[in-house]
Design a protein around this ligand. Structure first.
Ligand SMILES: *Cc1c(COP(=O)(O)O)cnc(C)c1O
Length: 512
């Protein structure tokens, strides 16, 4: 392959992007179509010898009009784009509820082994014994860590795992002749996917109010239980960063009423290796491999949300699953059918198992404890200035929750505060979630941040808080000023997305 190096001048001029002047501000990166032209190419293709007779008269009459670039131009475009990303590899990512932890490179190395990476999903099962063994081993770890009887690995996100688990609950109830149970209890602090899952499956959602201390009241659950209740969907530790102290009572009451206990396990990072959810009485729980087990996430995937099932629900697990080293692909007896094509996210399985094996059981417990320690360090350093809604709860688990009352009268909102964090080089924390807290700021440092980073983060947060309370609202309402983009009209972007490049001359003239 030869490369066309007759590129147009870079810098300014025809190339479309302005030269940087050593500032850390990134230039606005134009689209490939704006940098490239039809005269250049990174590849030399032989002239086609296929005549029109092969194409049934459909040969293209007009040029393809693809943007051509030389190989270095194409590479530089993507590298520059990648620098517009904020990522866990470039800085702290304190998003509560998301567990944005370091993804060890060892995981990547293992996932790229050709024996795993190059498997074709339609390959004969007899040729992929190693991959099946890996799935079996991962299933074993997940069941051991949770003390459960079965696991369905295939769901491709936490929300998908919720759906699989709730479908197993529905199938179990139908098998008992109790298909009439049509209500699912969901605490008000739940992640939106919980009520969405229940509603998607046709259940009526009955909210359970949060107690003043941010946890769920067993008495409120008991009062809401009845012959029409199919299940409760409860998150533990919950989205306020608190361990549900009455979880065992709640599980017992739910079972006594003939319902099942779905646990949202997205926060398993805080208790893995320390608490086995099966011991607390849960019947089904999804595990976000892309949160707890350090597989990458963000930007829409890939994710993996295996769902573990109790002995009562195991006979209803969706296929496929690995049993005694054999892949069970076809639904038998009460098993649900498939919920995904093929066998799920193999690369994520490899990464997650690599993480587990490299930590060992004791290492996972240590990671959970360090995650809790780091969150409490942040909570205690910020706690003298930032207002905490459930102060009486004392310690938190893996995430520290604050509200916006410390900003009262400053003219600065949680959103403004988050935007100002971007100017200081930090990704904002989770905002306005959980919904039970006004102007919520949910900070999850995870175990993989060193003390120096936590201190720098806390110093910046305290400096920002002091400035907001000192009357400098302008800094916040104008932020971000140092990011490649300012505040976007997210509603308009969602409602009128422009996903396709059009030649400027084809665009409708702007109304003057
Ligand atoms: C992330 C999360 C989910 C959903 O998981 P996805 O993988 O994003 O579908 C559900 N519940 C809680 C508490 C979460 O944090």
């Amino acid at each position: 392959m030869s490369m066309n190096t007759q590129g147009r001048p870079t810098g300014t001029g025809t190339s479309g992007y302005a030269a940087t002047s050593g500032s850390s501000l990134l230039p606005n990166e134009p689209l490939l179509f704006e940098i490239g032209d039809t005269e250049h190419s990174g590849v030399d293709l032989p002239d086609t010898t296929v005549g029109d007779e092969y194409l049934g008269g459909f040969a293209r009459k007009t040029p393809l009009d693809l943007a051509g670039l030389t190989e270095p131009e194409a590479m530089r475009h993507y590298v520059r784009l990648s620098r517009l990303n904020y990522s866990i590899d470039s800085g702290m990512y304190p998003l509560g509820s998301c567990t944005m932890k370091h993804n060890p490179r060892l995981n990547e190395k293992m996932a790229r082994l050709p024996g795993f990476a190059d498997i074709h999903p339609l390959q004969p099962v007899s040729t992929v014994a190693g991959a099946l063994d890996l799935m079996n081993e991962l299933a074993h770890w997940l069941m051991t860590l949770t003390n459960t009887a079965a696991v369905c690995l295939t769901p491709k996100a936490g929300a998908h795992g919720e759906m699989a688990g709730m479908m197993a609950i529905r199938a179990a109830q139908a098998a008992k002749g109790e298909a009439h149970r049509n209500v699912v209890l969901v605490p008000e602090s739940a992640h939106g996917t919980n009520p969405a899952t229940a509603a998607f499956l046709g259940y009526t959602v009955k909210p359970i109010p949060a107690r003043a201390d941010g946890t769920v009241d067993a008495a409120a659950v008991k009062a809401a239980l009845g012959p029409d209740v199919a299940a409760i969907m409860l998150t533990n530790p919950n989205t306020c960063g608190l361990f549900e102290p009455q979880i065992i009572d709640i599980a017992a009451a739910v079972h006594e009423a003939g319902a099942y206990f779905y646990c949202d396990g997205a926060n398993f990072n805080a208790i893995m290796g320390v608490v086995r959810p099966g011991d607390l009485g849960i019947d089904a729980m999804h595990i976000n491999l892309h949160k707890t087990f350090s597989t990458p996430h963000g930007g829409g995937g890939p994710g993996a949300g295996p769902v573990v099932l109790s002995a009562a629900l195991a006979p209803f697990a969706p296929v496929p699953f690995v049993r005694d080293g054999q892949l069970v692909e076809h639904a038998e007896a009460g098993h649900l059918g498939r919920i995904t094509a093929f066998n799920g996210q193999m690369g994520m399985y490899v990464r997650a198992l690599t993480y587990m094996l490299s930590h060992g059981g004791d290492g996972l417990a240590r990671a959970a404890k360090d995650a809790v320690l780091n969150a409490n360090y942040v909570k205690s350093r910020l706690g003298s200035v930032f207002s905490a809604p459930f102060a009486e709860a004392g310690h938190c688990m893996h995430e520290a929750l604050f509200d916006d009352s410390f900003l009262d009268g400053t003219g600065v909102t949680t959103l403004d505060f988050a935007k100002a964090m971007i100017d200081e080089g930090f990704h904002p924390m989770t905002m306005y979630f959980p919904l039970v807290v006004h102007g919520a700021m949910l900070i999850e440092p995870t175990e993989s941040e060193p003390k120096q980073t936590l201190d720098h983060f806390c110093d910046v947060m305290l400096e920002l808080a002091a400035d907001a309370r000192g009357g400098n609202a302008g800094r916040f309402t104008a932020a971000p000023t140092r990011a490649p983009r300012r505040r976007l009209d997210e509603t308009r972007a969602a409602r009128q997305p422009r996903l396709k490049w059009e030649r400027p001359e084809m665009l409708p003239q702007a109304a003057e």
